[in-house]
Design a protein around this ligand. Structure first.
Ligand code: ZN
Length: 208
């Protein structure tokens, strides 16, 4: 069982995040999925196939950390396991956002296989929790897209167990996953990633 009040707070934060991310053009149509932690064993997550700019309370449901619906007949996002793995690996994570922006999609296709995107020397890296200097290196792994979500979930679990300080990853030709202690932290991370992807793509354009 889960606390209904905590669920309502989590669901509200998801609905609001959807409005913002849709307006930015980072979650077109029914793409993307969002979640927020309710307690140690439950998260609120978007129902599969809902328009992210028009989310209402009925578009958010509860699943346990195995991805099973709790008190709901709805089907959660096909990528639910990619969310629950992050809550398992990081007990202090409170929100996970997955977006499908043009820039995340394009940059993930520009990078050679098995080479993470290295972001360094940008002042805005300080927007990520725990980073207090531009002299750090953010290493964003790019996983190949697949419809085998369980296999991808295991790949991400392994990578982030080994690199717990890194705040996100890309799926090739698909989009971004990032997380934070709170929904506000998580939204800030999406914004920072989008800015940094923009800078990287602009640099490639000037200096191919
Ligand atoms: Zn997706």
């Amino acid at each position: 069982m889960f606390d209904v009040t905590r669920y309502a707070v989590a669901a509200d934060s998801i609905v609001e995040a959807g409005r913002f991310l849709y307006q930015q053009g980072w979650s077109p149509a029914t793409s993307s999925n969002y979640s927020a932690r309710i307690d140690a064993g439950h998260i609120a997550i978007t129902v599969s196939g809902r328009h992210k700019g028009q989310l209402g309370a009925g578009d958010v449901m509860v699943v346990d950390l195995a991805g099973r619906p709790v008190q709901s007949d709805c089907r959660s996002s096909a990528e639910t396991r990619l969310h629950t793995v992050l809550y398992e690996v990081f007990p202090n994570v409170g929100a996970v956002l997955h977006t499908h922006s043009v820039k995340a999609t394009v940059i993930s296709r520009m990078l050679p296989a098995s080479q993470p995107l290295k972001l360094e020397g940008y002042e805005l890296q300080k927007a990520f929790s725990g980073v207090d200097t531009h002299e750090s290196v953010l290493s964003v792994p790019v996983f190949d897209n697949t419809q085998d979500i369980d296999a991808l979930a295991e790949q991400t679990r392994e990578w982030f167990r080994a690199h717990p300080e890194q705040p996100g990853y890309l799926i090739r030709g698909h989009g971004l996953y990032t997380w934070g202690k709170t929904m506000a932290d998580c939204l800030r991370h999406v914004e920072a990633f989008e800015f940094l992807f923009d800078c990287e793509l602009e640099t490639m354009r000037i200096r191919p």
